[in-house]
Design a protein around this ligand. Structure first.
Ligand code: NOJ
Length: 547
């Protein structure tokens, strides 16, 4: 079964996430741009991806890496123009690659013309109604309406505007939350969806999809009270409210105006996991990220449970599942897997290690890469879509040594001593062994790259049969050829080995242990590392084909 075309193209697509400011810099200003992406389409085609997901490229002051959008229907001038966008999408489409763009509907930036108008307008005005404003407490509203609410990046979630009113920002103060009960807000986003769909985009990645609908009582609860509310009820004042799906029904109607219908994937960190299914329903966004593998230890039992549960959920929702190990928010998986298990902390944070600037606990780089390659090869054999993050095809690790003064992520500034932030996975990727920014651009990169980047550059890995780049290219090529229906069977195996079979006899066997095991029968197609004579070494995955 070749890569799918038609309306179902997304169901088992391999989607490559580009963080545009860190991918390729065509004009040498240190910031990646759209012409840079267009210049690398051959690379993407050779890699074998079906689609690109582009993180925000809209005008932005970069208070949150572009997730603070000034204007939803334009391109940041530092990244190019709308003409550059058209040229880029034209080049991608000509190479048979679809384009998914990020849409950020929970909040705009504080520089958005609507927020500026809200600040200039009085309390109770239609301009303020587009955002979530509240009177402050105290005689003149000088106290926060919910003093102990903590934003996702640390620090208060309400900010005063100077006239006794305060606005809500679940993220940085530069990211005021929209009021989704406001009809103009709803209409404007439909306009934005059409704007990009008319320009040819194939789909949308929906940022913080679970936060749009809010219902704040007159007396705001404390943070502790908020935290105690059972989110499974769909009645939490801020997160994952049931009525959020009404919004997406409206979006679906817009997606279905196009042929093929535009697709969407929800970023919805919801719990319990079954609540994800509603975002993924065909009447809603159609697909939702499953971040379970991204949070799991490198452990056969954990992986098996996650794979089983997510395939069941996908079958129940009618969607296909998604698999993700890395993105622009988490420590790269080649690094995570080289660190000891993270205890109760979700693995994505690896906070202590980041805080120690990558010294404590000691990182086993070789092991991290070996495990990442094994985990990825298993993931690429599973039914559903695989979301890859730029640089992981090079086996790139997290950069823990960015000097404090060069850090950009708001979590670093807002959570001193607690969070170092996400810059370490956003360092511009290396294309060449040498050069001022390892081929990223003609000048230095906007986040400093470490010396070791040259060794993991595209140039260094291209043509090296044992490189991670060669592994990804081979795996994506084969995945396209071998793709089968969305069912999966488990072949009985030892506890530390996972053995899966697709309907056409395509198998993956992943040895999560450290000791070699006997290599099962079958034609060997590809392996994540060298195989022994009749043996599958530890922390290695092999693809087999049964006749
Ligand atoms: C999720 C995005 O992935 C992250 O990068 C961003 O900071 C938040 N949403 C807020 O928009």
């Amino acid at each position: 079964m070749a890569a799918q075309n038609g309306a179902d193209w997304w169901r088992q697509a391999t989607v490559y996430q580009i963080y545009p400011r860190s991918f390729a810099d065509a004009n040498g200003d240190g910031l990646g741009d759209l012409p840079g992406i267009a210049s690398r389409v051959d690379y993407l085609a050779r890699l074998g991806v079906d689609a690109v997901w582009l993180s925000p490229f809209y005008p932005s002051a970069l208070a949150d890496g572009g997730y603070d959008v000034d204007d939803y229907r334009n391109v940041d001038p530092r990244l190019g123009t709308l003409d550059d966008f058209d040229a880029m999408i034209g080049a991608l489409h000509a190479a048979g690659i679809k384009l998914i763009v990020d849409i950020v509907p929970n909040h705009s930036s504080n520089r958005h013309e609507w927020f500026q108008a809200a600040l200039a307008a009085p309390k109770g005005s239609p301009e303020r109604d587009r955002y979530v404003f509240r009177d402050g407490l105290g005689e003149n509203g000088e106290l926060s309406p919910a003093p102990d609410w903590v934003s996702a990046f640390g620090g208060p979630a309400w900010t005063a505007v100077g006239d006794g009113q305060w606005y809500l920002h679940l993220f940085a103060p530069e990211q005021p939350d929209f009021n989704w009960r406001n009809e103009e807000v709803r209409e404007d986003f439909l306009k934005t969806l059409r704007f990009w769909s008319d320009r040819g985009v194939d789909g949308f990645r929906v940022d913080v999809a679970h936060a749009l609908a809010k219902d704040l009582p007159a007396d705001l609860p404390s943070q502790a009270q908020l935290d105690a509310i059972d989110k499974a009820t769909g009645t939490h004042p801020l997160w994952d409210r049931d009525e959020v799906h009404e919004i997406y029904t409206g979006w679906r109607a817009v997606f279905d105006e196009y042929d093929p219908p535009r697709i969407a994937v929800a970023e919805a960190w919801v719990n319990p996991p079954w609540r994800r299914a509603r975002y993924a329903s065909a009447a809603g966004l159609g697909q939702a990220f499953n971040f379970d593998l991204l949070e799991a230890d490198f452990d056969a039992g954990a992986f098996k449970g996650i794979i089983t549960e997510n395939l069941e959920q996908a079958a129940a929702s009618g969607s296909s599942t998604t698999w993700v190990f890395s993105n622009h928010d988490v420590v790269r998986h080649a690094t995570r897997y080289g660190l000891p298990p993270n205890g109760d902390q979700p693995r994505k944070y690896n906070r202590a290690w980041l805080l120690s600037r990558g010294t404590e606990p000691e990182l086993d780089t070789a092991r991290g890469l070996r495990r990442a390659r094994a985990a990825t090869l298993l993931m690429l054999a599973l039914p559903g879509s695989a979301y890859l993050y730029q640089g992981e095809e090079l086996g790139l690790g997290e950069v823990a040594t960015i000097p404090d003064g060069a850090r950009q992520d708001p979590t670093f500034v807002r959570s001193p001593g607690v969070d170092v932030g996400r810059d370490g996975c956003r360092v511009p990727i290396p294309w060449t062994v040498e050069g001022p920014s390892f081929g990223f651009g003609s000048g230095p990169a906007h986040l400093p790259q470490p010396d070791w980047f040259g060794k993991v550059s595209v140039e260094a890995e291209d043509g090296d049969a044992g490189s991670t780049l060669s592994l990804y290219r081979a795996a994506l090529g084969l995945r396209r050829e071998l793709q089968a229906d969305e069912t999966l069977a488990w072949v009985p195996s030892r506890d530390d080995v996972l053995h899966v079979r697709r309907a056409n006899g395509w198998e993956a066997v992943a040895n999560f242990g450290t000791a070699p095991v006997a290599l099962p029968e079958g034609e060997v197609l590809l392996a994540s590392g060298p195989l022994g004579e009749g043996e599958l070494p530890g922390e290695t995955t092999v693809w087999l084909k049964q006749a």
